[in-house]
Design a binder for this molecule. Structure first.
Ligand SMILES: [Zn+2]
Length: 431
């Protein structure tokens, strides 16, 4: 199980080490290039050190810069500390900051553009508005000034011209979700632009998405038999694995497993996916939810899929970056790339954004044993399967295929396996 980022009970040093390791391991910073800080309730700022390997940071490497300016620790604070300090001074609501040079956001910064988070359903809400700061010398007071000026305007994150990005949050968990989601949006826009023209959601569409569907009624009593608890663990493990593999973000992703008959277990809404714990998973029994918990917004859709398709025992909804290139453009996701991809996925349909989580959703009829995956425009891919690991494998195969299709764009047009070869595959592998 993952180590959980508990911003209330973990010491700032330990929070910083945990978040830095996630950022580094997900390929979002180089060894030397990122810095993370927390401003605690005393006004002391905890920050990553200068010139220490980000891949092997420990709690004792973290520096504390006291409110009076004195420094406690065995290294020098990050050379970018001046702009962290300037942001905290400008915005008392910000208590955690992440700065790095993640590849897709740097791409935007060197063509001097800002990515629009309205590319996917939850990102506008998670990222807030994003500012743009002119180039200034790294480590200089002038850089701190131009960045703080953007935060004063109410932005929650800033693209730094020819440099990278910096995001703030009410705590480090909030900042990490924003950072990860913003880089994801940049990737979805870039990859989408390689296969088509990205389309964006309107403010009304996003508002309708957040308002959709009241939660199921609560059950009065709940019990947790061993076969139920076993599934909680399975779900948590797959969620963490998906996050580590870059197939799921903190801010979006749902996993469910059929339990008994049409009862099932599902991930909650509003819990960062990297930090999902056994007690966060929500039991759904006889059309009612476990008391005191809010299951995913897509719960009705899961319920209807389980009712209609007895062969489906697990469902994953998520936003992997290459698949989102196809979900955010009109480009069709043709899986006749290699035999594995076609055998597993066959035709992947795409449905429009809107009522896709309702009990009337067209997704319910589109999924089947031979068509386990559906793309939902500007939202996600939904993958179904028998065992959860099989569903996860389908997801990985789909993302690999999407990646190959995006990467082939500059060198040539994909030549699909032809219809005779497809028939041959059908006879050989599909009963
Ligand atoms: Zn930098």
């Amino acid at each position: 199980m993952n180590e959980v980022l508990n911003t209330r009970l973990l010491h700032p040093r330990d929070q910083i080490v945990l978040v830095m390791s996630r950022i580094y391991n997900r390929g979002l910073t180089s060894t030397s290039g990122g810095n993370v800080s927390i401003c605690d309730e005393n006004g002391d700022i905890w920050v990553t050190p200068s010139a220490v390997d980000k891949g092997s940071l420990t709690a004792s490497d973290i520096i504390c810069v006291k409110a009076d300016g004195s420094v406690v620790g065995r290294h020098k604070p990050s050379s970018e500390f001046p702009f962290h300090k300037a942001i905290y001074a400008a915005r008392p609501d910000i208590k955690g900051i992440i700065h790095a040079h993640p590849p897709a956001l740097v791409t935007f910064s060197i063509v001097r553009q800002t990515p629009d988070p309205a590319i996917i359903s939850q990102a506008k809400h998670v990222c807030g508005s994003i500012g743009y700061a002119k180039y200034r010398l790294p480590g200089s007071t002038a850089l701190g000034t131009v960045i703080a000026e953007e935060f004063v305007k109410g932005h929650h994150g800033v693209i730094m011209e020819n440099h990278g990005t910096v995001v703030g949050g009410t705590d480090l968990s909030d900042a990490f979700q924003r950072f990860e989601t913003l880089e994801f949006c940049a990737r979805a826009i870039l990859f989408g632009s390689m296969v088509g023209k990205p389309s964006y959601l309107t403010g009304d569409e996003i508002a309708a998405f957040h308002a959709q569907l009241a939660p199921l009624p609560e059950m009065n009593e709940v019990s947790y038999p061993p076969d139920e608890r076993e599934k909680r663990m399975e779900i948590c493990k797959i969620v963490h694995r998906a996050c580590r593999q870059g197939l799921m973000l903190s801010s979006y992703g749902t996993v469910s497993m059929r339990w008994r008959d049409n009862d099932f277990l599902i991930t909650p809404t509003n819990v960062p996916r990297w930090d999902m714990k056994l007690e966060d998973i929500v039991q759904i029994k006889d059309g009612k939810r476990e008391p005191g918990k809010l299951p995913s917004r897509s719960t009705y859709l899961h319920q209807e899929i389980y009712k209609k398709h007895p062969e489906i025992n697990s469902i994953i909804l998520t936003q992997p970056p290459y698949l989102m290139a196809f979900a955010t453009t009109k480009a069709s996701f043709d899986v006749r790339t290699i035999p594995e991809s076609w055998i597993f996925l066959q035709d992947v349909h795409k449905v429009p954004f809107g009522q896709h989580f309702s009990t009337e959703s067209t997704v319910i009829d589109l999924v089947s044993k031979s068509n386990p995956a559906v793309l939902i425009q500007n939202d996600c891919i939904l993958v179904t399967g028998n065992q959860l690991l099989q569903t996860f494998d389908f997801l990985e195969v789909a993302e690999f295929s999407a990646k190959s299709l995006v990467m082939c764009a500059p060198i040539g047009k994909m030549v699909p396996i032809d219809s005779e070869q497809v028939e041959e595959l059908r006879l050989a592998f599909i009963k």
